[in-house]
Design a protein around this ligand. Structure first.
Ligand code: ADP
Ligand code: MG
Ligand code: ZN
Length: 475
């Protein structure tokens, strides 16, 4: 029987605010363990939280950028559970009145609805290595602000789930809400998945796979869990609602715990924080401050700059590529050329060196300036590619590098003539053949001249000077 996969995602993203959600501690990643904590975020008795205003603004920006309604009167709730990396033994979150509701994100050809976005605090981290018999707790991450973005079960394949996350990630990056570094855990997804026979209206029972932190893992986990559920049902079994862990090395999911319900957490309104009131003016001001969003940018690249659909998707989908592309256009004034370079050499080198776009380390002006050198005929394309490889690798200055390595095109006629004269002297046989009417000899001689000039002269110029010097009117 053919089955359909049904997927809903809960995406957690850490906000780029400087300080934590309820105290002044820094949110910086990678500090020495327990150096970024205070009585509030380490759960000391009697310490009281104070809401960081920026968190509310970031949440509203995320909500507006994903077409949500903003809940003008919202509040926090207390979610009770004990976990060693949660020193308060409860998490401050939003259950009853999340700050954003009922939005959507456009994929190619469909919309995925967002049920809600709520604000909450992150937990700390447990460190199990390198001791066999001990687990250590690092509370630096406790209280780092999070948004949880909950979709409706609108996705039907791994490809759609990946596309949804890519689109969401671009929006969060564009709006400066989160840096979305999946490898550092600042964007992670819980995948809820069920299967049903094609044509059946009701959803099947779902499982939830928690904290997946790469697109590859998400796609593989979806494939594996879909296959597991179908097999289970085909064998006459039933899917149990539970939380499963994805083991990326083994390529399997395994049961972690049976799924808890909201009542298991004994949620109640957070008594230590007042409700949040958001004015219409505040919402309008934040709406007005939103940057051009990915979909609009894509459209503009296509309609105004005439870029191909495929290129617009790749470039507009990544903030670092957008920055590089727009800076390059501003410098060289040729959007098509700038896009060709980004889609060509930049992507090629990123791929070849397994570098993420956000880790490109070269001066953002360098590419535009390099293109200028080709436009002014200072260097040719082949040389430009070689120079760019150096720019990419070690951030060299294009002009200085060209000068230092003497890579500029020889454009001075007399200099080229001198080289040609030399080549003719050394290739009397070919000259002879040419004089006897053998047409191919000319190609050979042009080749020899270009070689002598190390490719650093405009080929058309070399060819016309050569012809002139040997009575080229023969041809
Ligand atoms: P919980 O609060 O227990 O996490 P929710 O009902 O809030 O559960 O749903 C969490 C996520 O699970 C949402 O993203 C939702 O779209 C998704 N979901 C709900 N039911 C299903 C289902 N039958 N199949 C797949 N995903 C589902
Ligand atoms: Mg959940
Ligand atoms: Zn603190």
């Amino acid at each position: 029987m053919p089955y359909e996969t049904v997927i809903g995602l809960e995406v957690h993203c850490e906000l780029c605010t400087k300080s934590k959600i309820f105290c002044g501690c820094t949110t910086r990643f990678g500090g020495a363990p327990n150096t970024q904590v205070c009585p509030v975020c380490s759960g000391m008795p009697g310490a009281l939280p104070v809401l960081n205003r920026a968190v509310v603004e970031y949440a509203i920006r995320a909500g507006l950028a994903t077409n949500c309604n903003i809940t003008r009167n919202n509040k926090f709730d207390r979610k009770n559970y004990f976990y060693p990396d949660l020193p308060k033994a409860y998490q401050i979150s939003q259950l009853y009145y999340p700050i954003c509701t009922e939005g959507w994100i456009a994929l190619e050809g469909k919309r995925v609805r967002i049920r809600e976005i709520h604000m909450e605090e992150d937990a700390g981290k447990l460190v199990h290595d390198p001791w066999e018999d001990a687990t250590l707790a690092d509370y630096n991450r406790c209280g780092v602000p999070l948004l949880e973005i909950v979709s409706q079960p609108d996705m039907r394949s791994a490809a759609e789930a990946v596309e949804y996350i890519e689109k969401l990630k671009a929006i969060l990056e564009y709006t400066g809400v989160s840096d979305c570094k999946m490898q550092e855990g600042s964007l992670r997804a819980d995948v809820n998945l069920s299967v049903r026979p094609v044509g059946q209206k009701e959803f099947g029972t779902r499982t939830e796979m928690k904290n997946l932190n790469s697109l590859r893992a998400i796609a593989r986990a979806i494939e594996a869990e879909t296959a597991r559920q179908i097999e289970l049902i085909e064998d006459g079994g039933r899917v149990t609602q539970e939380t499963r862990r994805w083991d990326d090395d083994r390529g399997e999911t395994y049961a972690m715990r049976s799924k808890e319900d909201a009542q298991d957490y004994k949620y109640f309104p957070e008594p230590d924080l007042p409700p949040i009131e958001i004015s219409e003016e505040q919402i309008n001001a934040l709406r007005a401050s939103l940057p051009e969003l990915p979909e609009a940018k894509k459209r503009r690249y296509r309609e105004e700059l005439g870029l191909p659909e495929y290129d617009t998707g790749i470039i507009a989908g990544s903030v670092p590529l957008v920055r590089l592309f727009e800076r390059t256009c501003a410098i060289c004034g040729d959007a098509k050329e700038a896009a060709n370079w980004v889609m060509g050499e930049v992507l090629r080198l990123l791929q070849a060196t397994q570098t993420l776009p956000e880790h490109m380390a070269f001066e953002p002006d360098a590419l535009g300036r390099l293109i200028l050198l080709t436009q002014k005929n200072v260097i040719n394309r082949g040389t430009a590619k070689k120079v760019f490889a150096e720019v990419f690798r070690s951030n060299v200055d294009p002009e200085a590098y060209v000068k230092e390595h003497n890579l500029g095109l020889v454009t001075d006629d007399s200099a080229i003539r001198a080289v040609i004269a030399d080549v003719l002297k050394q290739n009397e046989k070919a000259v002879d053949e040419w004089n006897r009417g053998k047409v191919q000899a000319m190609q050979f001689l042009i080749g020899q001249c270009m070689k002598a000039l190390r490719g650093q002269a405009p080929a058309e110029k070399v060819s016309s000077l050569l012809r002139a010097m040997m009575g080229g009117d023969l041809q």
